[in-house]
Design a protein around this ligand. Structure first.
Ligand code: FAD
Length: 417
């Protein structure tokens, strides 16, 4: 098949996700002729599922030093780009386009409409208003680098000869959204160091099969202590979401990389304290009082007054030796103690981290020292720019990933002049 040659393009942006759309819109707003090549038949597929469909658009920490302290080793590289486009600029960008934002706990910012789709629509309008051309179902298979410059970008049907190329193909988490790691391959071939991507910010899988029975149940305000080879390692507090295969929720997602390291050393267990605000004696007293008031009722009908109701579905498995149909007055003292002690320290065994299909981001990516962070320009290839999840920047959940997309996308788009 003869490929169609397209010459009259200034900038090709490969990948129309969060950072690609920002970069394309910004470059076009400055008068560049910009084309987005997107393998899907829609833009922003991952963006549309962010934050459970609500889109945690950024982290509203306006003190740049404090904000950047969450980006680990990448902190020192990020001062320069964030001084040009930081969190305040993200607020201005979206709010000035009729998308008011609100701030929740942990400084997590969301659109007031609580719709990720609305975030997408702002970006879609941004690129439309600036006449960015979008080629859907356009899978880039090759970018040809010669003499330190990208000469060609090829899809199955087209060859482009742009002046500048922005690679915004994302990481490899949730590959069904289109990010399948193509950019990592090209950048490696060009000579970049690419730290192998592994799942990060990812749920944990558990050995205990009872977790399936409570899939969907949220345990609010619990304390979880992680052990490796029976030695206490670290403690987290917050919300745990039970899933079909294990546990999730922001606190768990943010523990994933530490747990991964521990798993190399041996068996990892987690002890969940469902009542961290009371000591064991107080909790026991609460149970005694409750049982005294309800002597003739069945245990299974009384426990939901104290225990998260949905969690009861797993009790027969967690307490195989205790009859849940027993009248409370017949419950033995040791049985009551066992219930109280277990709820203060419910032990589960972590079998691993879930895969890339369930990860929020993939860790790994292009080494930052090989990118000019003032421009997002590759130091290996002069007319190449790299954005978003392709960069090797570890960060927790809480809006930090998308903020990187807005910042790096904006900077790349500004720099292709
Ligand atoms: C379930 C989930 C929830 C999340 N929630 C949040 C959140 O609330 N807040 C937050 O900050 N972060 C969140 N993230 C992370 C955030 O979504 C990503 O950091 C962000 O989308 C990355 O944007 P990107 O532009 O780098 O790449 P992507 O959004 O992955 O876009 C890459 C694009 O490139 C295209 N592409 C890939 N290869 C090719 C090719 N060869 N040719 C043409 N096109 C190609 C893809 O189809 C895709 O459209 C979440 C992630 C997931 C998976």
């Amino acid at each position: 098949m003869v490929k169609k040659v397209t010459q009259n393009v200034d900038v090709v942006v490969i990948g129309g996700g969060a950072s690609g759309m920002m970069a394309a819109g910004r470059a076009a707003a400055q008068g560049k002729r910009v084309v987005i090549l997107e393998k899907n038949n829609a833009l922003g597929e991952k963006l549309k599922i962010t934050g459970g469909g609500r889109c945690n658009i950024t982290n509203a920490e306006f003190d740049t030093k404090k904000l950047l302290s969450h980006y680990g080793d990448a902190e020192k590289f990020l001062y320069s780009p964030f001084s040009v486009f930081g969190v305040k600029d993200t607020f201005n960008f979206f709010e000035s386009r009729n998308l008011p934002l609100m701030i929740e706990d942990g400084n997590r910012a969301f659109p007031k409409s609580e719709k990720a789709m609305d975030v997408f629509l702002v970006l879609e309008e941004y690129i439309k208003n600036n006449n960015v051309e979008v080629h859907f179902k356009s899978v880039v298979d090759t970018i040809l680098c010669k003499g330190g410059n990208i000469q060609e970008v090829e899809t199955k049907t087209h060859i482009f000869y742009p002046e500048k190329v922005i690679v915004a193909t994302g990481g490899i988490s949730h590959p069904e959204t289109g990010s399948t790691g193509d950019g990592f391959r090209w950048l490696k071939n060009i000579g970049h160091t690419v730290v192998d991507p592994t799942p990060d910010i990812v749920p944990l899988s558990l050995k205990e099969q009872w977790i399936k029975k409570v899939s969907g149940v949220a345990l609010d305000d619990v304390k979880i202590t992680f052990y490796c080879r029976d030695k206490k390692q670290f403690i987290k507090k917050g919300r745990v979401l039970c899933t079909h295969f294990g546990i999730s929720g922001p606190m768990i997602l943010n523990s994933a990389s530490k747990v991964r390291d521990l798993l190399h050393d041996g068996v990892v267990t987690a002890h969940i304290d469902l009542f961290p605000s009371v000591d064991i004696g107080t909790l026991e007293k609460q149970f005694i009082d409750l049982f005294d008031e309800n002597k003739n009722k069945m245990l299974k009908n009384i426990l939901p007054k104290i225990v998260p109701p949905g969690f009861m579905a797993a009790f027969e498995n967690i307490f195989p030796d205790i009859d849940m149909d027993v009248k409370v007055h017949s419950l033995k003292k040791e049985e009551r103690k066992k219930i109280v002690h277990t709820l203060k320290s419910l032990e589960v065994t972590v079998t691993g981290l879930m895969g890339l299909d369930r990860a929020v981001v993939s860790d790994g990516g292009v080494a930052l020292k090989e990118i000019d962070m003032k421009t997002m320009q590759s130091k290996k290839c002069e007319n190449l720019y790299v954005t978003g999840d392709l960069l090797h920047i570890s960060r927790p959940s809480g809006g930090y990933s998308l903020q990187l997309c807005w910042t790096t996308g904006y900077i790349a788009g500004s720099s292709v002049m």
